[in-house]
Design a protein around this ligand. Structure first.
Ligand code: G3I
Length: 440
């Protein structure tokens, strides 16, 4: 049995500033946006690759490692090694992760390709549930469904084994994902939905509108934006972004690459995203041209040697010219009364990155090596992710007690705003704790 001794309380709040010399840092200062990249697990041992990744980007999408053939190679046997490696690499460096993708007609494992009807529907839903559950709390956005509409002028769904299980397969996937990970942002993701007048764009728009009207859980639309000679950056791209956003979803540019990386097109895409408040970030589909799925077209921001291309300079300049982050809150200080017993323990709150829907905070404790810090969250805000401490909550879910867990004196957490953009966590006590063993 052990006793806890309370020895002191104090609270100090400090602030931090972000530099804007990299894509991720600059995007974060533009309303808490992200600038990310697709990452391949096989390249995480390439130091030239990881040097650029770690320096420039604050968001990561696994390029192939979360796809169905990678995560469920045999039915009901799940394989997360490579995906976990990317998630660990990203999250340990404060990068957010976009999960890609839970339900897709392509890159299905052989066993799923061979299925149809109710068996396939159930297998798909089980896959969504299992994978979203595995990554719960680690993935900010999920591409729940990818590429479900046909190209061309039909405006129809793409024919696939999933589509043949019934037109409601997409909403069924979204509902399963919401149940499995209630805090993840659930997205529909597609290519060739960049030009506002295209039939495919209009068809996806109508589906999202219908989902919002009927309460199907959808939070975001991803425009892949693979621009080639045959699919150029359209002059109405900003209209497309703002039109989807007006439905009440976030929009993201999720797989950007542009044949020969013209600076003008990259600059225009960046400016269009910055012009739409709910365009919360841009992901490029690879780091160096040599990493690209179409490396022959040199479509990315870094050349094969890792050098910054002209398009990089254009994107960074556009980001830096954007309106500054309007959502960074002033820090709040809540003095507290030391509990009986006196002594010293100090908790310093450093506000972190603010996104459209959530923000990070870190807390550094000094004056004690064993400590217990109580943090009050203002409902409906809720803590969604935590790190470097031992966390517990009261029954309301709004009072969080954090104990040291041997990982150092700084802990952190992500808070979902849930509509309240102004409130910030308040530290109500910082307690130095001594553990004394009583005689047995
Ligand atoms: O890893 C194997 C390797 O062992 C093998 O020797 C080699 C032989 O072909 O294949 C390698 O796997 C390839 C994998 O990329 C990794 O490089 C697959 O064949 C290849 O099909 C796969 O291509 C991926 C493609 O999706 C598959 O659909 C690309 O990397 C990936 O960039 C691309 O990404 C898609 C998005 O998911 C959805 N939107 C379009 C985008 C571009 O196609």
């Amino acid at each position: 049995m052990s006793l806890l001794l309370v020895t002191g309380t104090a609270v100090v709040v400090s602030t931090s500033a972000q530099a804007a010399t990299t894509l991720g840092a600059s995007a974060a200062e533009r309303g808490g946006r992200f600038f990310g990249t697709a990452v391949a697990a096989g390249k995480l041992n390439d130091s030239a690759y990881t040097t650029i990744l770690n320096r420039e980007f604050n968001q990561v999408t696994p390029e192939n490692e979360m796809k169905i053939d990678a995560t469920e190679p045999n039915q009901n046997q799940f394989s997360y090694g490579n995906a976990d490696r990317i998630v660990q690499h990203a999250r340990s460096r404060g990068m957010q992760v976009r999960g890609h993708t839970l339900a897709w007609h392509s890159q299905q494992p052989g066993w799923m390709q061979a299925m149809s009807g109710t068996a396939l529907r159930n297998a798909m839903l089980n896959h969504v549930t299992q994978v979203a559950t595995h990554f719960r709390g680690q993935v900010t956005w999920w591409d729940v469904v990818n590429e479900a509409f046909a190209d061309g002028s039909s405006g129809a769904r793409r024919d696939s084994n999933l589509q043949r299980t019934g037109n409601d397969w997409i909403e069924a996937a979204f509902r399963a994902a919401r149940t499995a990970d209630p805090n993840a942002k659930l997205c529909y993701n597609d290519y060739n939905i960049d030009n506002w007048t295209d039939a495919k764009t209009q068809a996806v728009y109508r589906m999202v509108q219908d989902f919002k009207n009927r309460g199907v859980p959808i939070d975001c639309v991803g425009l892949q934006s693979h621009f080639t000679g045959g699919s150029n950056y359209p002059s109405n791209y900003r209209t497309t972004l703002s039109s989807f956003a007006a439905l009440g979803v976030d929009v993201q540019i999720t797989e950007l690459d542009i044949r020969n990386a013209p600076s003008d097109a990259y600059r225009n895409v960046t400016n269009d995203c910055l012009a739409v408040a709910r365009c919360t970030g841009i992901t490029v589909w690879g780091i160096r041209d040599s990493d690209s799925w179409r490396s022959g077209e040199n479509p990315l921001l870094f050349n094969g040697g890792g050098g910054k291309k002209a398009a990089y300079d254009a994107v960074l300049a556009a980001l830096n010219s954007g309106a500054p982050n309007p959502t960074t809150p002033p820090p709040t200080t809540t003095p507290t009364t030391p509990p009986p017993g006196g002594g010293s323990c100090t908790a310093s709150v450093t506000p972190g990155t603010v996104w459209g829907d959530r923000y990070n905070s870190s807390v550094t404790v000094s004056g004690a090596s064993n400590w217990s810090v109580v943090v009050a969250i203002t409902a409906p805000q809720r803590v969604s992710t935590t790190w470097s401490g031992s966390f517990s909550w009261d029954s309301s879910g709004s009072v969080m007690t954090v104990r040291s867990n041997g990982s150092g004196n700084t802990f952190g957490f992500t808070t979902m705003m849930n509509g309240n953009t102004g409130a910030r966590p308040r530290i109500t006590s910082c307690t130095s704790v001594q553990s004394i063993s009583s005689p047995r």
